[in-house]
Design a protein around this ligand. Structure first.
Ligand SMILES: Cc1ncc(COP(=O)(O)O)c(C=O)c1O
Length: 382
């Protein structure tokens, strides 16, 4: 008999990847959330130089001290007390998330998670033996939770709450006043506050509003260079916390998950942070033009309402096509030559929505929107 764990068997592949695998070659792809840019050339050069210089070994688990120090300094405007001891380099945000739940969750514990969600969150909590306790982030409330929704879900087994702003998949973001309320909720309930800020450098119309330095130190931040420097395929990120004990436990988990991160790559990221610090803003400026374009096009279509996101590179429009659910709509669009993700790939609360990642050029966005318009008209029988 072939044996697999109940855990492995119970986990389903994510809906985002499933659509991607079905897409035709000429489809216009609003599917995967990765920048269509390359990492800064000086980082690529530093990477290969470091390898030539023999940086091909294990590093300490927490990572290269100068890189950790540099990362800590990038947050000094919010918390000047941070130093390298508050940072652990990971092999991506994905890796960091698993470390966090391994460090915080016991069987029977639950973690408050946003819905719609980045698909790894609930599965990671379950892999670590806990329960995913979902709270809604609705279109009507700008994809930010209300305190009463959080209050009605927290219980004696809740150990942590995860916030993700700017959000994947919604592009939702918080104001400082909203952030303060969400911090107060975590503090009043003595929860670990996990903040996924991997889109902190892709923010429009406002400064990034971080949960760090907001008056509560029981905070663990996940961050990543995937989006910041278009390094999705490199797999490098970090965990940061002002709490020393949290750092010790997280670093221990990191050891058992991957031992350490990639030696030479850490020199490359350090180079990017030191000498290409304006790179993320250049990408952000292009994403902002695309955001304006796609929102304008979607909002001009009958039966479509699109919230204007202030961060990340996703829109999560609401569709009102009678008798057609999100998945059917995503398949109809795929047949019409457009790949996007059904809102339900991010939880049942995503019903009625689609996610478009505007990580393709402006012309492709326009052509893709022409196709969406044609498919919607056909579905309405026009
Ligand atoms: C909200 C969010 N968190 C974390 C990640 C993980 O990013 P990575 O593993 O590439 O660092 C992603 C990737 O799409 C994301 O959207």
């Amino acid at each position: 008999m072939v044996h697999f764990s109940d855990r492995a068997i119970s986990i389903r592949p994510t809906g985002v990847r499933r659509m991607f695998d079905l897409a035709g070659e000429d489809s216009i792809q609003f599917g995967l959330g990765e920048p269509d840019f390359q990492p800064p050339p000086i980082a690529i050069e530093a990477f290969s130089r470091a390898m030539r210089e023999g940086r091909n070994k294990y590093t300490t688990t927490a990572g290269l001290p100068p890189l950790r120090q540099k990362i800590a300094e990038t947050w000094h405007h919010l918390d000047p007390s941070l130093d390298k001891s508050n940072v652990c380099i990971t092999m991506s945000g994905t890796n960091g998330l698993l470390d966090i739940f391994l460090a915080l969750v016991n069987p029977g514990d639950n973690v408050l998670l946003p819905e719609p969600y980045f698909p790894l969150y609930p599965t990671d909590v379950v892999i670590c033996g806990g329960e995913a306790n979902m709270y809604p982030c609705t279109f009507e409330n700008g994809f930010v939770p209300t305190i009463s929704d959080l209050q009605s879900r927290v219980d004696e087994n809740t150990v942590a709450i995860l916030y993700n702003f700017p959000s994947n998949p919604t592009g939702g973001n918080v104001t400082e006043a909203q952030r303060d309320e969400l911090v107060t909720f975590a503090r009043d309930n003595d929860l670990w506050l996990i903040t996924d800020e991997v889109y902190d450098r892709i923010v429009y119309d406002q400064e990034h509003v971080s949960f760090l330095g907001a008056g509560y130190d029981k905070v663990i931040m996940i961050n990543s260079f995937s989006k910041t420097f278009a390094m999705t395929g490199w797999r490098i990120g970090y965990l940061l916390s002002p709490d020393d004990e949290a750092m010790a436990q997280l670093t221990k988990m990191q050891y058992y998950v991957t031992a350490c991160s990639n030696d030479a790559m850490q020199y490359a990221v350090l180079e990017a942070l030191e000498n290409a610090s304006d790179y993320p803003a250049q990408m952000r400026d292009e994403f902002q033009v695309r955001r304006d374009l796609i929102c304008e096009r979607l909002n001009a279509m009958e039966g479509v309402s699109c919230h204007i996101p202030t961060g990340a590179f996703y829109v999560f429009p609401k569709f009102d096509i009678p008798g057609v659910n999100s998945e059917e709509l995503a398949f109809a669009l795929l047949e019409g030559g457009v790949l996007c993700s059904p809102g339900t790939a991010f939880g049942t609360a995503g019903e009625g929505h689609l996610r478009f990642a505007y990580t393709i050029g402006r012309e492709d966005i326009s052509r893709g929107m022409d196709r969406v318009e044609i498919v919607l008209k056909k579905l309405r029988g026009e």
